[in-house]
Design a protein around this ligand. Structure first.
Ligand code: ZN
Length: 148
């Protein structure tokens, strides 16, 4: 599969969206384990930011444990996820700045927007080392319904 696509099983898309709705109005965060561009597991992480309605910070202990576990299972953390509870599913300037500062730019970035609570939107991106954003196609198992 090409590098402009990430494959997320439907079951995991459901887990990510449920987790986002459960924490609303706070932002949710977590990481996706997998191999290459194929996601195998979603690990929700506690958002410990002091202003969780607008920002997120992973619980560092949980983050480390999940990285260790995926390593033991011969996989990697291939994507970083957080929700936007009142903005669209695009990376904010802060998101890009944080990605560059943390050095996590090998990973995909997944954002769920809950602007419309009954119609959550999930999108994926990559961030270059220059801070350029590229949208990534989200592929999944099962039938695809194309709206016209
Ligand atoms: Zn964000």
């Amino acid at each position: 599969m090409k590098n402009n696509t990430i494959f997320i099983p439907k079951k995991i898309i459901g887990e990510i969206i449920s987790h986002s709705l459960n924490n609303d109005p706070n932002e949710s965060c977590g990481v996706l384990q997998g191999s290459g561009v194929i996601v195998s597991k979603f690990h929700p992480l506690k958002n410990i930011h002091e202003n969780p309605q607008n920002r997120y910070t992973f619980d560092p202990v949980e983050h480390l444990n999940v990285e260790k576990k995926s390593d033991e299972e011969g996989e990697e953390i291939i994507a970083i996820f957080h929700s936007h509870t009142h903005t669209q599913a695009y990376l904010s300037e802060t998101d890009v700045k944080n990605a560059l500062m943390s050095g996590y730019i090998q990973q995909f970035y997944i954002i769920v927007s809950l602007v419309e609570k009954t119609r959550p939107v999930l999108r994926a991106y990559r961030i270059s080392d220059q801070g350029d954003i590229t949208e990534i196609i989200v592929d999944f198992d099962g039938p695809k319904y194309i709206s016209r």
